[in-house]
Design a protein around this ligand. Structure first.
Ligand SMILES: Cc1cc2nc3c(=O)[nH]c(=O)nc-3n(C[C@H](O)[C@H](O)[C@H](O)COP(=O)(O)OP(=O)(O)OC[C@H]3O[C@@H](n4cnc5c(N)ncnc54)[C@H](O)[C@@H]3O)c2cc1C
Length: 265
């Protein structure tokens, strides 16, 4: 690990000011990704700005028809939240299926979303549940947030403060879980809204994506049968030591159908 200066911010404005002042500052949330990256010398920031002491960035609230989760809320808190389980059970279940207990108690929604790992679970929730990512500068719609492999719409110095999820009439998340890490080999969120169905896939491609053919079919008829024959092309999907792109495409098709089955059983 290279040397760095450590700062503990007490509010968002202070963290933003520090980020602006220092040479190459990085925000520290749960540290589940950032600390191994530093230990492996894959990054060498001049300064770490710890958000752990920023109380405004913690907690969950229900505001109208939205569940608002502040950025420093750990996955375990989302998983155990009565409010989340009542409003969007699929979101609580998704959080409860991340990693292992240590990862769930340290890792935060803001860190996960900012990191945009292609195999992370939250991107499927952000896009599937038509969320808004709120920062210290603006609000970013889910469909505009994830740009590619570990790439988001966040600008330098921008801090995620919360994520606002719109309550669906029903939703289900299904994950083909990597047996060691828990990351999604493929994860699918199917959510139904009055405005239409959203099907978001994580783990399969370099970034989360929607399956518009399935969304259109489910808009016409919300049944497993209506998407049973809709295949996803393997062309843009990832193939690695865990499985081929073709196998991932197959899992997308099977898991999407199973998610709808779970919602209509
Ligand atoms: C063994 C292991 C298993 C895991 N399994 C899973 C899994 O099954 N599913 C899954 O989805 N994830 C999994 N993860 C990832 C984990 O859940 C964390 O969400 C993730 O590592 C990042 O969150 P963090 O809070 O630790 O962020 P950090 O590591 O502290 O930060 C990550 C990045 O986000 C930036 N950042 C942090 N907070 C903010 C903010 N508020 N605004 C802007 N930028 C910010 C940091 O500067 C850094 O670049 C796993 C991780 C490990 C180590």
């Amino acid at each position: 690990m290279h040397n760095f200066n450590y700062h503990r911010a007490s509010d968002v404005a202070g963290a933003a000011a520090l980020l602006k002042d220092v040479d190459d500052g990085k925000l520290l949330a749960g540290g589940m990704t950032l600390l191994p990256t530093l230990k492996n010398r894959l990054a060498a920031p001049s300064d770490l700005i710890d958000l752990a002491g920023v109380s405004d960035l913690k907690g969950i609230s229900i505001e109208g028809d939205e569940v608002v989760i502040r950025a420093m809320t750990p996955h375990a808190v989302v998983a155990a939240s009565h409010e989340v389980a009542t409003a969007i059970p699929a979101l609580a279940a998704l959080a409860g299926g991340i990693g292992d207990p240590a990862v769930r108690h340290r890792g935060t929604i803001g860190g996960s979303v900012a990191n945009a790992d292609p195999a992370a679970d939250y991107p499927a929730a952000i896009v599937g549940l038509n969320a808004t990512v709120v920062t210290n500068q603006r609000s970013i719609a889910a469909d505009d947030f994830f740009l590619g492999l570990f790439e988001t719409a966040l600008r330098p110095g921008e801090i995620i403060t919360s994520v606002r999820f719109k309550n669906p009439s029903r939703a289900h998340y299904l994950k083909f879980r990597h047996p060691a890490s828990g990351y999604a080999v493929v994860g699918i969120m199917v959510a139904q809204y009055a405005s239409g169905v959203r099907v978001a896939v994580t783990g399969a491609g370099p970034s989360v994506f929607r399956v518009s053919a399935m969304e259109a079919a489910l808009d016409k008829s919300f049944t497993p049968k209506s998407i049973a024959d809709i295949a996803v092309s393997a062309d843009q999907l990832m193939g690695d030591i865990h499985c081929s792109a073709e196998y991932r495409a197959h899992i997308v098709k099977v898991y999407a159908r199973r998610a709808v089955e779970a919602l209509t059983a």
